[in-house]
Design a protein around this ligand. Structure first.
Ligand SMILES: NC(=O)c1ccc[n+]([C@@H]2O[C@H](COP(=O)([O-])OP(=O)(O)OC[C@H]3O[C@@H](n4cnc5c(N)ncnc54)[C@H](OP(=O)(O)O)[C@@H]3O)[C@@H](O)[C@H]2O)c1
Length: 392
């Protein structure tokens, strides 16, 4: 059995470290050979010492120089250190890499993911922003190069698994489950005073900061709606959302004959990562779910008044790629402004809505055009957020 050589984009993050823990559990199956980190030098040094990858990238030249110096001083040799977007692309397209885990947060990992697809690498896609911003381009390229795009996002991973039970034409609709976040039953009149500390407390998952806030506003589910449309070639009307606080069912596929298939498992991202890395095989693991402890599964329909970001995401999905880019970019700026205490929690949907209203429909035809549209939407979002900060 050959060892799959793995590139990890975002190796120092939550998904990146979970991926390395899978490599640690299955050393005869997966070997990390190239890593891309952002700014976390200490973790990057520790990963280099443990894994001795061939190639490592840091976000900036200065950080790359610091990493190289630290490795030299600790006697760690044989690792090339690169930086920036070109460095991330080099990590993703290293010839010996078989499989790329795309887990950089935001659009920073977009070019590397796209270039990896072009280079014919199979991809485990955690980074939903890539599909939201450039889904049409990435999917077209993946089809052209016969590349497997395996979702790591737990809901899409569940859909991928349930889709193995029928053909695409037999799918009536899909159901993405959502935990509802920490404010599922908070009285609406308290929403105006929600603090970053409250929003960063997710009831079931431990994740990076942006995705945690996005879970609290449910914009995360909104991005997942768009991601599902792209991955499974479905119109927004066939992508439903149901709130399921236990997060035991990760998503469901409803078939035309009335059968609904669901995927249940532990709430541990290592499982979807393992599924994607091992696909089409299933590897025995210790990530078992205790069926005997299962006593209750609750569901409720999402309320657009409580979660306006969900409505905005459906609207963007219907409006097309330019609006999806704007949705993602405006949210990233608004979340940062909220975390810095510059705008209130409800300022996040207000910022996104204003930016969407100012966005013209369009289909960017290249990654560069996507990045330009993203840049413009960010600029707009900053101006809108600034206006809100002045009155906050
Ligand atoms: N965590 C989850 O459970 C989960 C579930 C589903 C989907 N996702 C998706 O997976 C992606 C990653 O999420 P996460 O929770 O792992 O985020 P995270 O913990 O914040 O990690 C983000 C990673 O991206 C790296 N990064 C940031 N900017 C970079 C840049 N300019 N160049 C290179 N690397 C950069 C960070 O590096 P440094 O830390 O070194 O700065 C870190 O390794 C997101 O798109 C998220 O929506 C996550």
């Amino acid at each position: 059995m050959s060892v799959k050589k793995i590139a990890i984009l975002g190796s120092t993050g939550s998904i990146g470290t979970s991926t390395l823990s899978i490599c640690e559990s299955f050393p005869d199956r997966f070997q990390p050979v190239s890593l891309a980190a952002g700014r976390n030098l200490d973790v990057a040094v520790a990963q280099c010492k443990q894994w001795r990858p061939r190639l490592v990238s840091m976000a900036t030249e200065e950080l790359a120089d610091q990493l190289a110096a630290r490795l030299r001083s600790e006697g760690v040799t044989g690792i090339d250190v690169v930086h920036g977007t070109a460095g991330t692309v080099a990590v993703a397209t290293l010839p010996e890499v078989d499989f790329v885990v795309s887990a950089i947060v935001g659009v920073s990992g977009l070019e590397a993911t796209y270039e990896a697809v072009k280079a014919g690498k199979d991809i485990g896609l955690a980074n939903k922003e890539a599909l939201v911003a450039a889904g049409e381009l990435i999917i077209a390229e993946a089809r052209r190069n016969k590349v497997a795009l395996l979702p790591i996002d737990s809901e899409h991973n569940a859909i991928h698994q349930c889709m193995r039970g029928g053909t695409a034409a037999e799918v009536k609709q899909i159901w993405l489950t959502a935990s509802g976040g920490p404010f599922r039953s908070t009285p609406l009149d308290l929403f105006a005073s929600i603090t970053p500390a409250q929003a960063l407390k997710h009831p079931t998952w431990v994740m990076g900061q942006r995705i945690t806030i996005d879970s609290a506003t449910m914009l995360n589910k909104g991005l997942e709606i768009i991601e599902a449309c792209r991955l499974f070639d479905l119109p927004p009307a066939k992508v439903q959302v149901t709130i399921h606080p236990q997060s035991t069912i990760h998503s469901l596929v409803e078939y035309v004959d009335g059968s609904i298939l669901a995927q249940l498992s532990v709430t541990d991202m290592r499982l979807p990562i393992l599924y994607a890395m091992a696909y089409p095989e299933r590897i025995p693991s210790e990530l078992t779910f205790d069926m005997k402890s299962l006593s209750q599964l609750d569901f409720q329909q999402p309320d657009f008044a409580r979660f306006p970001c969900l409505r905005l995401a459906y609207e963007a999905a219907e409006a097309g790629p330019a609006h999806c880019i704007a949705l993602n970019a405006a949210d990233e700026i608004a979340v940062a402004a909220f975390l810095e205490g510059r705008i209130p929690f409800l300022g996040i949907p207000r910022t996104i809505e204003s930016v969407l209203q100012l966005t013209k429909p369009g289909h960017p035809a290249s990654i560069q055009a996507v990045l330009t549209a993203d840049h413009e939407a960010r600029q707009l979002a900053r101006e809108v957020a600034l206006g809100q900060a002045a009155t906050h």
